[in-house]
Design a protein around this ligand. Structure first.
Ligand code: UGA
Length: 436
């Protein structure tokens, strides 16, 4: 099928490359000349496992092209909108500038019978508002939210756990749903749930899924706060409640909390939208979820300070991790980097290391010290803080060998990803999040 993808950021670039890899003819459009140049040369503008290979294959076999010229979308049957919806400056609501601009730019080049499929995460009610602009061109608007996780984006796009399409009532909506079912054939053929619904439900599925995940993380982090004043161990607590299939262990990882380009801004936008709808109290708990989450970053800083006898001022602290999670170089609203920035603000001499995110982190926070090599970063440290659970720190860092490098064997495990017994046996003073 011939398709276009408007917006080649995280979502769009992966979608374009993944659709090309399953045999579709894809044109990706972006206003950023440098991004288009990079993608056209099969270079991924961010770190995502598996993406470089798909880009290389798609560009080489001609299934995948990128352009800044939106008129080149003509002839495509489905046009995906994958532009960003960041948090508004000075507010919590989502900024829809890029979605509106994408629709405006696209409409003159639509042909009757085309399908416009929104993928961006938008406040409920957005599709309804955009629909008439699309139908005026004889095309049909559908909303097809994306559930990919960074680090697993390729797999999540080609083989998602469900597909959701919000369509308008009537034959045009049914035809559009059928076209998407065909487009996603590797998944739909094998019986992946394909849910056809209305616009509002499709939009809400996306934000409520992220709200639920954020709530689950903040729930366990709230339990960590209680564990801290009672001497309980939140990781054992999570294991124990996680055995209940109704609860489940996934996303019960207590630590410095969630970050990234999605969860934080999505729960805020959801709360803001609910307030506009006069239902602020229905998701009032999301403010609490946000507050718990931010408190845990502060707690990690507090632990470092405690470990250093009350002050980090002038002390050498090595921060292991900068990305908001492993397998990513994304530092948007990264709790890891936030901890580093807070420590620096309190006068600590901070050295940050990360396998992939140093370049992005340095650009955003040039005031911090950076070191590519993990072992060099550890040399002379008076405290080590683990803030992103990369295998390099979680699995492949030997506490005995690390102990030889540092000045003081003090470790704060901001992700509860180390084995306290092992680290203590190697002479370290170990601090976890919600663990004795
Ligand atoms: C999230 C959702 O998981 C995706 O389903 C969704 O499509 C995506 O947002 C989006 O809206 O685009 P992502 O931002 O890639 O995906 O990251 P997650 O894997 O959800 O992790 C989010 C944050 O939660 C990370 O900072 C992670 O370290 C943290 N986390 C995760 C915890 O603190 N504890 C856990 O148990 C799990």
């Amino acid at each position: 099928m011939k398709i276009s993808v408007i917006g080649c950021g995280y979502l769009g670039a992966v979608h374009a490359a993944a659709m090309a890899s399953i045999g579709h003819d894809v044109i990706g459009v972006d206003v950023d000349v440098r991004k288009v140049e990079a993608l056209s040369n099969a270079k991924a503008p961010f770190f995502e496992p598996g993406l470089p290979e798909l880009l290389a294959a798609g560009v080489a076999n001609g299934n995948l092209r990128f352009t800044t010229d939106i008129s080149e979308v003509q002839g495509a049957r489905i046009h995906f909108i994958g532009v960003g919806t960041p948090q508004q400056r000075g507010g919590y609501a989502a900024d829809l500038t890029y979605v509106n601009a994408a629709v405006d730019a696209l409409v003159p080049f639509l042909s009757p019978g085309d399908i416009v499929a929104g993928k961006s995460t938008v406040p409920v009610g957005t599709a309804e508002q955009l629909a008439s602009r699309v139908s005026a061109a004889g095309a049909t608007l559908v909303w097809n939210p994306e559930f990919l996780r960074e680090g697993w984006a390729v797999q999540d796009t080609i083989d998602p756990d469900r597909l959701v399409v919000g369509v308008p009532a009537g034959a045009a909506g049914e035809d559009a749903a059928q076209a998407l079912r065909e487009l996603y054939y590797p998944a739909t053929d094998k019986g992946t749930p394909f849910i056809v619904t209305d616009y509002a439900t499709a939009e809400l599925v996306k934000v409520s899924a992220n709200a639920f995940l954020a709530t689950k993380i903040s729930f366990i982090n709230a339990m960590a706060e209680i564990a801290e004043v009672t001497g309980a161990d939140v990781t054992q607590l999570a294991d124990a409640i996680g055995h209940d299939a109704r609860i489940g262990r996934r996303f019960l990882g207590a630590g410095i909390g969630f970050g990234g380009g999605c969860l934080p801004k999505d729960i805020r936008a959801f709360a803001a939208r609910a307030e506009e709808l006069g239902k602020g109290e229905s998701v009032g708990f999301l403010r609490e979820v946000d507050a718990i989450n931010l408190r845990r970053r502060e707690r990690a800083v507090e632990l470092v300070s405690l470990a250093l006898d009350g002050s980090v001022y002038g002390r050498k602290v090595t921060v292991l991790g900068a990305a908001f999670k492993p397998h990513s170089d994304d530092i948007r609203d990264s709790p890891a980097l936030d901890v580093a920035v807070r420590l620096h603000g309190l006068g600590a001499v901070v050295t940050v290391t990360d396998p992939e995110a140093i370049e992005n982190a340095r650009r955003a926070h040039p005031q911090l010290g950076f070191e590519e090599d993990r072992d060099t970063a550890l040399r002379g440290a008076e405290a080590v803080v683990v803030v992103t659970e990369w295998d390099e720190y979680r699995k492949n860092l030997d506490p005995v060998a690390a102990g030889e490098l540092v000045d003081k064997r003090v470790v704060v495990d901001g992700r509860n990803c180390l084995d306290p017994t092992q680290w203590r046996a190697a002479g370290w003073t170990y601090f976890g999040m919600g663990r004795p």
